[in-house]
Write a protein that binds this ligand. Sequence first.
Ligand code: ADP
Ligand code: MG
Length: 247
Amino acid sequence: MRMIEARRIGFTYGEGFVILDDISFYANKQEFVSIIGPSGCGKSTLLRIIAGLIEPSHGETLFLGKKVNGPTNGMSFVFQDFALMPWLTNIDNVKLGLELTKLDENEKEKLAFDLLKSFGLEGFEESYPNVLSGGMKQRVGLARAVASNPKVLLMDEPFSSLDELTANELRNDVLHMLKSKDIPVDTVVMVTHNVEEAIELSDKIVVLSNKPTYVKKIIPVNFRYPRNRESREFLNFSDKVYGVLTE
Ligand code: ADP
Ligand code: MG
């Protein structure tokens, strides 16, 4: 089943400065799709278009077969810089993810509390983001994103502001979350510039060109988890992806 379909998306700035030329791909249910491409090629712009946060200049995104016309119930966004509100407590930041739901205040409080706990942040409910490490901040970001029970997570370089050790922990948390029955999200579209990260996590990698940006290649990744970055298979595969990126 197609969860997300990007159909011939284009995006032009001002007087015809073309950023995205023509982008099509889809993400099936239970797929983890990575979008990789050079810095400035429009990855963040593309993901925001898919999320309905920006309107494309041409083309469209379908979510479960329906055209996206703005922020959409069922899709949540995870930001590179976490995008937490510094004046809100951690639990209130998670509750922001519940604003469009019909839950009453007590239900929101309970759900946000449980989510923080399941992300390993018990005891930090009433403190503010500034006391948290980067990894903990992104856990709050993930808790906020999944709070509304989305089917799809859109993640824009979610691990790239973290040190490698923390990034690795969070990647594992995300894979774990995708398997968990408590959290219904099972489809991910992730923007990254990290080839190894894309290979480690994805079922499919969409490789973008330089501006004006088109899809160079869509590469299925079909070897088994857990994917060992030192294995011959992995190294051969990353050679292949770097090849497409730089050709
Ligand atoms: P990426 O995430 O791949 O690094 P972005 O989507 O952030 O790329 O940006 C794509 C391009 O759009 C960049 O080349 C950038 O220069 C341009 N851009 C982004 N925001 C603006 C803006 N407000 N005005 C003009 N150009 C912009
Ligand atoms: Mg970006």
